[in-house]
Every structure is written in C-alpha cells, then in structure tokens.
Design a protein around this ligand. Structure first.
Ligand SMILES: NC(=O)c1ccc[n+]([C@@H]2O[C@H](COP(=O)([O-])OP(=O)(O)OC[C@H]3O[C@@H](n4cnc5c(N)ncnc54)[C@H](O)[C@@H]3O)[C@@H](O)[C@H]2O)c1
Length: 320
C-alpha cells in the first residue's frame, strides 16, 4: 500500500511513518520542515520525503494521485501559535485541509484527517462523546482559533464525504511520547520536561486542578492506523485517547517522580504566561466506545510507563 502523510515530519506523522513502514507499506511524507524525527528512514527505498507545503497544489495533487491512502496530519499546532499567529493557524488548518480534500476528491483517495479534543472547547459535559456540542468563547479571544480551524476542517471533511469521498476524522487527546516538540516549548509535557530535567521549578499554571487525559503515542498510532485501514471507520468521527484523567499538578508530580528529579512545584498565574486573552479548559476526558468497538484499539500504556521512554528520549539530548 502507498501511504501519503502530510505533516509526516512532525511528532505524530513520524510515528505513523514508522508504523506503516514496519507493516511493509510505502510511505511518502509532505512537510515544510526537515526534521530529525524522520532521519532514520532517509535512504529506505520505501520512504520518500518531499519538503513542500500543502499550499503547493501541483505537488500535492501528484502525490495524492500516486497514494492509496492519505493521512492529513499537517497543521499549525501549539498554544503559542494560537496566541501569536492566529492567521497562520486558520490558513494552514482550514485552507491547507481544503487543498488536501480537493486533491483526494479528484483522485478518489481515502483521507484520514487529524483533528483535536480542542474542538469540544469548554463543554462542561464529561466525558466528551464525538457528537457532543462545541462550547467556545468569543472570536476576539485568539485561543479559540485552533479549535475553530479544526472544526471547519472537519466540516469540510464531512461535506466531501457527502459528495462521495471516503473520509475519517480522528480527534486526539494530548498525545505524548518521544519526539514530542522541543524542550520548553509547545505542550505541557515538553514545558515541564525541560524544567524537570534541569531540576528547575516546575511551573504549574493556575491552581493545577485543570485536568487532561494523556495518551501515549504508540496507543494513538495503533488507533490511527486502524482508522485508515478499517472500512467500518469511513465517514466516522473518533476520539483517540486514554480516559484516565490527571490534574496538571498530578502530571507535574508524576514527571518529577519518573525522572528522579529534584524539581519543586511552583504556581504561576495564567495571564503571566499566555496573556489576558487565554482561556483554559478545566477538564477534558474522551468517551472511547467508538475507538474501542469500531477501531478495536484500547490505550494500554499508563502515564508512568509512557513518560519513562519520553524522558529517556529528551535526556539523550533530543528535542533541543
Ligand atoms: N499531538 C497531539 O496531542 C495532538 C492533539 C490534537 C490534535 N493533533 C493533531 O495531529 C496532527 C499532528 O500533530 P503533531 O502533534 O504531530 O504536531 P506537529 O507540529 O509535530 O506536526 C505537524 C506537522 O505539520 C507540518 N506542517 C505545518 N504546516 C504545513 C504545511 N503548510 N504544509 C506541510 N506541512 C506542514 C509541520 O511542519 C509539522 O511537522 C495535527 O493536525 C494536530 O492538530 C495532535
């Protein structure tokens, strides 16, 4: 099978590349960055790396035509981007997705689109089932642009599905593991990781009672592969996650313990980190019946077990 992965040099895309190459498939990735995350595959005759943007529609069209299955993972991700560059978030995540869908429609190729738990916004209903409402703040608050961009991309997927395109949408819940971003930037685990490895104070935002469900990358990738291969997934929307809930304070404590670090925990005001316009979501828990029953995958890795290889990867000097 020939698999095209947009954003394939990123965190999830690189692990997805590993998974399809391990199955014996051919993988082409399309990504704007040249990253160490896929360097191990350079020279593999079943692997092709095209350093280009999803905005190069000519290249994209040719790659989609030659693929049997398309994973659209390319996106502008990370809180610092929603706050610093909302234009780029909206443009890549909405218009870039449209480019992929247009090409897939032209060549009738199945698309799996990476979406996010952010789509639910601050819906107070726990857990979040796939068809639950989205509860968002004002469009004057930049933090909601990522959620909105991914929701618009999902709408495009389902609109194309009505036109006959096979699509699957997956919503990830805080996936982590080796190759996650760079130390000190991006997501909560990488920010804490830098602090924990240096023995610096771990800066918990607010009171640390806000919760998240952390999904180890291998579990998320098994579900992602199934989403692309299982015909029952077509037209579907799937939460991909682990439903064990941790407060951010518990995450900090677990990371300090797993790393054997001397770090202490300090609390910082949210507005000092992300500015006045940031709104945090207090709880986020996935309902996983569809992932379990249709994709046939369960998240099996505990937070401590997943953190150990993640810490080792960063401790070995990666992600700097
Ligand atoms: N990791 C998570 O916990 C998580 C959670 C929710 C959703 N997601 C979604 O999963 C997907 C992958 O996320 P990730 O965690 O691997 O992030 P990532 O930032 O590591 O990967 C995204 C990749 O997209 C690439 N990209 C950006 N703009 C591009 C463009 N114009 N053309 C081609 N490539 C471009 C980036 O260079 C990067 O390599 C994203 O769509 C993201 O929204 C991830």
């Amino acid at each position: 099978m020939k698999v095209l992965i947009t954003g394939g040099a990123g965190f999830l895309g690189s692990h997805l590349t590993d998974a399809f190459l391990a199955r014996g498939d051919e993988v082409t990735i399309l990504d704007v960055i040249g990253d160490l995350k896929i360097r191990q595959h350079l020279g593999n005759p079943r692997f092709q790396y095209v350093r280009e943007s999803v905005f190069n529609t000519e290249i994209l069209d040719g790659l989609v035509m030659r693929a049997d299955l398309v994973y659209h993972m390319a996106a502008v991700v990370g809180v610092e981007h929603y706050v610093a560059d909302p234009y780029e978030v909206l443009n890549v995540n909405i218009n870039g997705t449209q480019n992929v869908l247009k090409a897939a429609y032209k060549h009738n190729r199945k698309v799996v689109m990476a979406s996010t738990s952010e789509v639910y916004g601050r819906n107070p209903k726990i857990p979040f089932s796939e068809d639950d409402a989205r509860v968002l703040g004002s469009t004057r608050v930049d933090r909601w642009c990522y959620s909105t961009s991914k929701a618009a991309a999902e709408h495009f997927c389902f609109a194309y599905h009505r036109l006959g395109l096979p699509v699957v949408v997956v919503r990830y819940f805080n996936v982590y593991g080796p190759r996650l971003d760079k130390l000190d930037v991006g997501r909560v685990i990488t920010v804490f990781m830098g602090q924990v490895l240096r023995g610096d104070p771990v800066t918990v935002i607010g009171d640390g009672k806000q919760t998240r469900c952390f999904t180890y990358v291998e579990d998320a990738i098994r579900a992602t592969v199934a989403a692309g291969l299982d015909p029952r997934a077509v037209g579907g929307l799937f939460n991909i996650g682990n439903d064990r809930e941790f407060s951010i304070l518990e995450l900090a404590e677990t990371m300090i313990r797993a790393a054997g670090s001397s770090s202490r925990i300090t609390f910082v005001k949210q507005e000092n980190v992300y500015g006045e316009s940031y709104e945090d979501v207090p709880r986020r828990v996935p309902a996983l019946a569809r992932m379990h029953e249709i994709l046939g995958v369960r998240a099996e890795t505990s937070l401590e077990d997943g953190l150990r290889p993640t810490i080792e990867w960063f401790r070995a000097g990666n992600g700097r």
